[in-house]
Design a protein around this ligand. Structure first.
Ligand code: DX5
Ligand code: ZN
Length: 220
């Protein structure tokens, strides 16, 4: 089983409401929201007020991916704004266990995001405190980048670690995923598949989600 989480970064922001209705119609259950601060990553996107507005408009699970410095200052604010899932990068939080616990105590699902060049061993101690891992298959900052192929082996190793440790931690993967590679990614054990360009790139979010569900279902 897997879910598609459309990343609104690739949506038409002037028609965000319609874009959200389209991915709902296509069968998406999760909406991925990329929060960037121009410091942890070289791009600035959206923040709390947009999450609050989206919350009023949809019942989809809101998944906020925090690509910001000092994530512990804002993580629970995103839960209060209506996010259901909040992920924090392991590279930028020296007190990750505390931040994850705070997200959970605020009522959210806590996630650890990890960049392509960061080794999986850096997740080892914090894993039991996380509801999900967000494995990056591009360097975060922009939509439309190419899938880094070594992420596939990293995904398989993470799947094995989680299974061997008997944890329930879900695996989400993000970056460069479309109908051409989703099958392998689902087969390797990812449960939540983020896609921006793959969903919105052709101008029809409903079709984009359906296409990915079809392409990934072969091995599911
Ligand atoms: C990249 C973001 C991704 C991005 C994915 O920094 O974290 O969520 O929107 O976009 P695609 O699917 O186009 O690579
Ligand atoms: Zn993301």
């Amino acid at each position: 089983m897997f879910e598609i989480a459309p990343s609104i970064l690739s949506a038409d922001f002037t028609r965000l409401a319609e874009e959200i209705r389209a991915v709902e119609a296509g069968g998406a259950k999760i909406l991925h929201v990329d929060v960037m601060d121009g410091r942890f990553v070289p791009n600035i996107t959206i923040g709390l007020p947009v999450v609050k507005s989206i919350r009023k408009f949809t019942d989809l699970t809101i998944d906020t991916h925090l690509m910001i410095v000092e994530p512990s200052r804002y993580a629970t604010e995103f839960v209060k704004a209506g996010a259901n899932m909040v992920s924090v990068h392991v590279e930028i939080d020296p007190h990750l266990q505390r931040t994850l616990t705070a997200i959970r105590e605020a009522g959210g699902q806590a996630g650890i995001a990890i960049n392509p060049a960061t080794p999986l061993v850096s997740l080892e101690e914090a894993l039991p405190f996380a509801d999900f891992v967000l494995l990056m298959s591009v360097n975060p900052g922009f939509g439309g980048q190419k899938f880094i192929t070594t992420a596939l082996d990293k995904l398989r190793r993470l799947r094995r670690t989680i299974d061997e440790r008997g944890l329930n931690t879900k695996i989400e993967i993000d970056g460069g995923i479309d109908a051409t590679n989703i099958e392998k990614i689902v087969e390797a054990g990812a449960e939540i598949i983020v896609s921006g360009t793959g969903v919105f790139g052709k101008g029809n979010g409903a079709e984009g989600v359906k296409e990915l569900i079809d392409a990934g279902t072969v091995w599911a």
